[in-house]
Design a protein. Structure first.
Lengths: 263, 343
């Protein structure tokens, strides 16, 4: 069976700065993979390369068997590749309900219609409300996004991505900026995602990573340092040094040199 | 704690669900208050029969501001060259009447709409890759270039002396131009009503929603698969066509046109009107254009040299105390009123 997402020998340089080095990554259908690595390892850059915000210097991105390397961000999204952002990217001046309808409308091509009132298509509204219900956001449906507390806004961020009905979902630190007392709300949603969706999650909280992920990719200085099951990664002394060492930066640099040799 | 409250709040999900759905389903319906500006416009016809030429100019500027609202208020496109399309429309019927003998007014409006829209399509295709200051400069440059092109070929355009003494056929072959401009006022009012109906449909359509999405967050629109450039070019083309109709009406009601229609002043003025009235609200264009024009009319009679001081003062007050324009003030007043009635 073809993988949901395949990244092959992906490279990206900004001038002399080589931020993504020969990255290979595969998400099978229904995958639960975590992407971890120290700050500046190029995790978000990799997401931007996969989604088409950035063009790679070399390498391929394959979605459900189709090479999408040359396509625009919007085309990739319409083919079932959705993402959330590390920092909220929402329609702040619109209601929560409108935020979700926006994603459905673009997915179905509804938003090409210039004449029919937006409220006339009941199925779009009902589906949007279903998504909100699933995330316990219905009571906030008519609030403007900017009036919501940040934790709830993070849920809207995920709800929009789910309304795209993605086959591949990239979550960039879904609980970032949320007080720990509320983060379980978001992590419950992440844990309960449709098992058919292939998920790649960037996360710093190791408890979350080990609870959620079935596979882990460790990115260091732009290159894949190692990949494996949570048990393998936990047992890996060098990864432990990168994350748990007293001097994380030195460890990261050492690991990066090794990673470079490997890759 | 806030979390447990939201977790346990069992406020009948079906009820808030129905309320939420209701909001979107009913939003586009006409409200009684929307009849008000039209009633005022009709009343003005009977109350100020000798000011109908001025009245037509107000209607023209309302239409011009309405087209800018599609761009600025809904799609978030900041342009300082919207007069380009007003000018093209104005010159389409001007040159048509002066050089080709095309003096039938209604078909002239269609011609103006189509030609302006085409220019909007072509320039928009190139310009709308850019945003912010770059776009501001490029739109400004477009209008100036058109003006200079007209200046270079003043043998055709009439230059800054313009094309004077244009004559147009009676409307529908029956209603002739009269000294007080009664015919043209009603004509402009009918055209404005039609254009407004179209704009209103667009604004409340899914496409209109997508425009607000682009205004609110382009990155997210890209991420959910929206063809942002195509949407922007589409609305730019429509707004250009409407601005062209406004320009054509301007020429027809004044019976002359000069290159000043392309002036930066004209682009800036329509933006000031719209911001004064309130962007992204449709009726902001009505209120802003009418208040600006009436004020300009009175102040310039009181003080021909310093009248702009009054406009400036009003703008400062609006920016300080009415950030969402006069329509914003009215909305706030409306909220206070309904709250007072409920309690």
């Amino acid at each position: 069976m073809t993988a949901a997402l395949q990244v092959e020998s992906l490279n990206r340089s900004f001038g002399a700065l080589h931020v993504t080095r020969d990255v290979n990554l595969t998400l099978e259908r229904g995958a639960r993979r975590a992407l971890i690595g120290p700050n500046g390892a190029g995790k978000t850059t990799l997401i931007n390369l996969i989604t088409g915000v950035l063009k790679p210097s070399s390498g391929r991105v394959v979605l459900n068997g189709d090479d999408i390397t040359a396509t625009s961000q919007a085309v990739r999204a319409r083919r079932g590749l959705a993402r959330t952002f590390q920092i909220n990217q929402l329609f702040r001046g619109l209601t929560v309900l409108e935020n979700i309808c926006m994603a459905i409308g673009e997915r179905d091509g509804e938003n090409n219609n210039l004449w029919r009132p937006a409220g006339a298509k009941r199925s779009v509204i009902d589906e949007a409300l279903d998504h909100l219900e699933a995330l316990r956001l219905v009571d906030d449906a008519l609030k403007l996004v900017r009036e919501l507390p940040y934790g709830r806004q993070r849920l809207v961020e995920i709800a929009i991505a789910l309304a795209q009905r993605p086959r591949v979902l990239l979550l960039d630190e879904p609980a970032a900026g949320v007080p720990s007392s509320e983060s379980h709300l978001i992590l419950d949603v992440v844990a309960g995602l449709d098992p058919d969706i292939a998920v790649l999650i960037i996360e710093h909280d190791m408890d979350v990573v080990f609870r959620f992920a079935k596979e882990i990719t460790v990115l260091v200085q732009g290159a894949v340092f190692t990949q494996g099951t949570p048990e393998e990664i936990m047992a890996n002394a060098e990864v432990r040094a990168v994350y748990l060492g007293e001097d994380g930066h030195t460890a990261a640099r050492k690991a990066g040199q090794r990673g470079g040799q490997h890759g | 704690m806030a979390v447990s409250e939201t977790m346990t709040a069992p406020t009948a999900p079906s009820k808030s669900r129905a309320r939420a759905a209701d909001f979107l389903i009913k939003r586009h319906r006409f409200r009684a208050a929307e009849a008000l500006p039209w009633l005022i416009a009709i009343a003005a016809y009977f109350v100020f029969p000798d000011r109908m030429t001025f009245g037509s100019q107000v209607l023209v500027m309302i239409m011009f501001a309405l087209s800018l609202d599609l761009l600025l208020g809904y799609a978030g496109i900041v342009t300082l060259g919207h007069a380009a399309f007003f000018g093209i429309g104005a010159y389409t019927v001007g040159l048509g009447a002066a050089k080709l003998g095309w003096t039938e007014p209604i078909s002239g409006l269609f011609a103006a709409a189509i030609i302006s829209a085409l220019v909007g399509l072509v320039t928009g295709w190139f310009l709308l890759r850019y945003r912010g200051l770059t776009l501001l400069m490029l739109t400004l440059a477009t209008a100036i270039m058109l003006q200079e092109a007209g200046n270079l070929r003043s043998d055709i355009s009439g230059g800054y002396d313009g094309l004077p003494g244009l004559t147009f056929d009676p409307l529908l072959g029956k209603f002739d131009y009269d000294l007080y401009g009664h015919t043209y006022y009603l004509y402009a009012l009918v055209v404005l009503a039609i254009v407004f109906f179209i704009v209103r449909r667009i604004v409340y359509s899914p496409f209109g929603a997508a425009l607000t999405g682009i205004r609110e967050n382009v990155r997210r629109m890209n991420a959910i698969g929206s063809p942002v450039h195509r949407r922007l070019v589409t609305v730019y083309t429509i707004a250009a066509g409407i601005a062209g109709i406004a320009g054509a009406l301007f020429t027809q009601t004044n019976a002359y046109v000069t290159l000043t229609v392309f002036d930066f002043d004209n682009s800036a003025k329509v933006m000031v009107m719209l911001i004064l009235g309130g962007t992204g609200r449709l009726y902001g264009a009505f209120l802003g254009a009418a208040v600006y024009m009436i004020l300009e009319d009175h102040l310039s009679k009181m003080s021909p040299t310093f009248w702009q001081f009054g406009i400036g003062l009003l703008l400062v007050l609006a920016v300080l105390f009415a950030r969402r324009g006069l329509m914003g003030l009215i909305e706030d007043a409306g909220k206070v009123f309904t709250r007072g009635r409920q309690s």
